[in-house]
Design a protein around this ligand. Structure first.
Ligand SMILES: [Zn+2]
Length: 483
């Protein structure tokens, strides 16, 4: 996520340029092909959705207007963890709050409403097709991959499938409604495309871009638009509201191959990270022996006789601390908790802070000491906790995760064509994709400590769910003489 602030600045400047240079560009010029005309007409109806997860943390997805009251559709998984969300509109350039109208987690849809009454011009809307597309038909995906400005990709409809027609492995991982219908395309979509429209040459919405299957042949899946119409026409008495999300069953979250991009505001000074590393080291220290590894106590070591009385002799005896078995480090979950607080600080650390390298070093020293020197049981405690987190359907976006694993060979995840590292959590064969992480002197196949925040899940080649971490670091845990 190192380049995120730059990208955000870039988007802002693109908006500004378009704002000043606008003055009604012609919708159709003589050289425009029908598809270019359609794209020009459709894109103003599509906007970036910034869902606030936490202070300074946002999930980025795509949404599109479907009626002139400001009703818009997106993926449920974009807003599943949100406490509020804003629509980033392009024309007129504005960022306005949205309300959450209705959700359908089983089909991964959410309807939001933008108050368009105060906008200078009403945004256009996209028509939802009432029939399923034909195999081989041209389609275009519109959206904001990785928070970039509006991007268009083209493909054809490979197939329209019912959920039951997906391979069994996929069905097991994806928790969608059994009745859900999917438009399979070769129209490349990335994180941030989530919730965006898949349109035909008439600009009609035939699907909502939702997930990708990163097998050898990339396949991209859009939810059939028929489900959007169904949710729009479902009678409702009141809006769900972001407060109401807590009561919604989040079973579709585990899908989210196109987990929304995480946009984290990085404003924590490195000094705070260094302090958190110290606090972590403190928490990691065994409290029974105060981190000495030994306990010294007075023990009866003999006796002395005098005047017919037996006097016991006590002297100082130093023994290995039984609580930490001499390791000097606590085995308690308190270590994991302190590490979690450290990771949250790190994920928001200012990138250009002059003390950033010192902070990384402080973290490395603290973690290496704890994980490398302590008995295997602590690493086990940490990994067990991580596996519980990473396999939890309800793991919140942005949750801190720490584990000890092995760095796999560099691996390009072609769905997003970004270079990512695969790490396996030892003992459990759980793969984790690490992206946008700083890597500290760790090389392929080496044992590493991984820390980062959860930023979604990918569907792997065999339909397995692969958790994704970002905004942290991997660091080598070199072999030492200690166990
Ligand atoms: Zn101890």
């Amino acid at each position: 996520m190192r380049i995120r602030p730059f990208i955000i600045v870039l988007i802002a400047s693109v908006f500004a340029l378009e704002g000043t240079a606008r003055g009604q560009p012609p919708i159709k010029s003589t050289t425009d092909s029908p598809s270019v005309t359609m794209i020009k007409r459709s894109t103003p109806a599509v906007f970036l959705l910034r869902a606030k997860i936490d202070a300074g943390m946002f999930a980025l997805g795509t949404a599109f207007f479907i009626d002139d009251t400001g009703l818009a559709a997106t993926n449920f998984h974009v807003i599943a963890d949100a406490i509020s969300a804003n629509a980033v509109l392009r024309d007129p350039a504005a960022e306005v709050p949205v309300t959450l109208v209705a959700v359908d987690p089983g089909n991964d849809i959410a309807l939001v409403r933008v108050d368009v009454s105060k906008l200078a011009t009403k945004p256009p809307t996209l028509r939802i097709s009432q029939v399923e597309p034909s195999q081989g038909q041209d389609v275009w995906a519109l959206g904001f991959p990785r928070g970039m400005s509006m991007t268009v990709t083209k493909g054809v409809v490979n197939a329209v499938r019912g959920f039951d027609e997906l391979p069994a492995d996929l069905r097991k991982s994806l928790k969608y409604d059994k009745a859900s219908r999917w438009v399979q395309t070769d129209c490349t979509i990335n994180h941030g495309n989530s919730g965006g429209p898949l349109v035909d040459l008439d600009g009609q919405v035939i699907g909502m871009n939702t997930w990708a299957w990163t097998s050898q042949n990339n396949s991209f899946f859009a939810l059939s638009a028929l489900h959007i119409s169904a949710l729009v026409t479902t009678p409702r008495t009141q809006d769900v509201g972001f407060d109401g999300l807590k009561k919604v069953e989040k079973r579709s979250r585990i899908a989210g191959t196109l987990a929304p991009d995480l946009d984290v505001v990085r404003n924590v000074p490195a000094a705070e990270v260094i302090q958190a590393a110290k606090t972590f080291a403190q928490a990691a220290r065994c409290s029974s022996c105060s981190g000495k590894g030994t306990i010294t106590s007075k023990k009866r070591t003999g006796e002395q006789r005098g005047n017919g009385i037996i006097y016991p002799i006590f002297s100082d005896v130093t023994e290995t601390c039984s609580a930490c078995e001499g390791s000097r480090y606590s085995k308690k979950k308190a270590v994991v908790d302190a590490a979690s607080r450290l990771i949250l600080k790190l994920s928001r650390m200012k990138e250009n802070d002059v003390r950033a390298p010192a902070a990384m070093k402080a973290i490395q020293d603290a973690l290496k000491a704890v994980v490398a020197i302590s008995p295997a049981s602590l690493a086990q405690t940490i990994n067990d906790h991580a596996v519980t987190q990473l396999t939890d359907v309800d793991l919140k976006l942005g949750s801190p995760v720490l584990f000890v694993g092995h760095l796999d060979k560099d691996h390009v995840f072609h769905a997003s064509e970004e270079r990512v590292q695969l790490v396996s959590v030892d003992g459990k064969k759980l793969m984790v994709v690490i992206k946008d992480l700083l890597s500290i002197d760790a090389s392929e196949l080496e044992q590493v400590i991984v820390l980062g925040i959860s930023s979604g899940r990918l569907v792997g080649p065999d339909g397995e769910i692969i958790p994704v971490l970002s905004n942290g670091c991997t660091m080598a845990l070199r072999e030492r003489n200690n166990p």
